[in-house]
Design a protein around this ligand. Structure first.
Ligand code: ADP
Ligand code: TRP
Length: 324
């Protein structure tokens, strides 16, 4: 049985890019693997400095995961800052990490170019993520394509550590699904909370409709075949079986297709697909005490795993000075 781990920042509304890029695969893993799922609030501290926002986002992210089917009985589910061992781990691995490796991080440069303050938290972000992964001996890490470089950094660090101290850390494998690695937003760029181009899963139905009706389309005349690379086709295809995808392709390639009608069908499908999750989220949000209790149990499980691995690392590095 493999150990699968992933995390998500509590940084705003969950969207269908997060869902198809990573969350639904994660949740499937809980059936046959050992799943570790973490809401990474230390990471969110790099860009959120309003305590109320961070608190609310953290609870909301937990509700989102549970509503989508994450089962805390089958998976270890916790809030990152409830297991501060990862920050100790970050310090230890920072000593085998070349500054150049982190300087090449494109996500740091992206954030700075978007106007975020270049603080050390942002710079160290990939190291903390490497700790999340290595501190729990993760074999597989499901993520979208934008996290590929972070995964490579985590692997590099594990290999470097093992070269110095022996075969201590597990070198993780990335799990990026080629069909869903980059879900487009309604403007055709990568869907992202930071680009105002999302289709949210939860929240206001009117807003979801407005977003779907605003998906960019081209000006191909009605009697001409339409582009199968368009964001509208790609978004719609996420919800279809292989057989239904062929039917949609035929529609796109035949004359007469009207974008407005396709968008309104897509809205119906999105609502139908997520309805049970939306209902469940509504229910969970009225039982927040239960959710918090589940998170505490999760943090206890995660702590005991992290303690064992940190102890190995302390011994390997000589920090456990009393052991000879
Ligand atoms: P955002 O870019 O909206 O802030 P996050 O960085 O919180 O999203 O991403 C959480 C997870 O969802 C990561 O594993 C990321 O790779 C995945 N993800 C985010 N956006 C997309 C997308 N448009 N397509 C595929 N996966 C995505
Ligand atoms: N950096 C990831 C993101 O923005 C979140 C993350 C933090 C993560 N720690 C992780 C993902 C460990 C996978 C494994 O999406």
């Amino acid at each position: 049985m493999k150990r699968v781990l992933s995390g998500i920042q509590p940084s705003g509304s969950l969207h269908i890019g997060n869902y198809f890029g990573m969350m639904n695969r994660m949740i499937k893993y809980q059936e046959e693997n050992e799943l570790f799922t973490c809401i990474v609030n230390y990471h969110a501290l790099t860009t959120i400095n309003n305590p109320e926002v961070l608190r609310n986002n953290t609870v909301n992210a937990a509700l989102d995961f549970l509503a989508l089917g994450l089962d805390p009985k089958k998976s270890t589910f916790w809030i990152q800052a409830d297991v501060p061992q990862v920050t100790e781990f970050t310090w230890i691995i920072s000593n085998v990490t070349n500054v150049g490796l982190i300087e090449r991080s494109t996500s740091y440069k992206d954030k700075i170019s978007k106007g975020f303050m270049p603080n050390m938290g942002l710079f160290n972000y990939p190291l903390l993520m490497a700790s999340d992964i290595l501190c729990f001996e993760s074999d597989i890490v499901p993520v979208g394509k934008d996290q590929k470089q972070h995964l490579e950094i985590a692997r590099d660090i594990a290999i470097k550590f093992n070269n110095i101290y022996g075969d201590i850390l597990v070198v993780p494998e990335e799990d990026i699904d080629k069909d869903t690695q980059l879900v487009p937003g309604i403007d055709g760029q990568k869907m992202s909370k930071s680009y105002n181009n999302i289709i949210p899963i939860f929240g206001d139905e009117t807003f979801i409709k407005k977003q779907i009706m605003s998906i960019v389309t081209d000006s191909t005349p009605v009697d001409q075949p339409k582009d199968l690379n368009s964001p509208l086709y790609r978004l719609f295809a996420l919800f279809l079986s292989d057989k239904d995808k062929i039917l949609l392709q035929n529609k796109f390639l035949s004359p007469g297709l009207q974008y407005g009608k396709v968008k309104s069908d897509l809205f119906d499908i999105v609502m139908e697909y997520f309805r049970p999750f939306r209902d469940r989220r509504e229910y969970l949000s009225k039982n927040l005490d239960d959710v918090v209790s589940q998170l505490i149990i999760g943090s206890e499980k995660a702590t005991s795993v992290a303690d064992t691995i940190i102890d190995k690392v302390r011994t390997a590095t000589g920090l456990n000075y009393h052991l000879r």
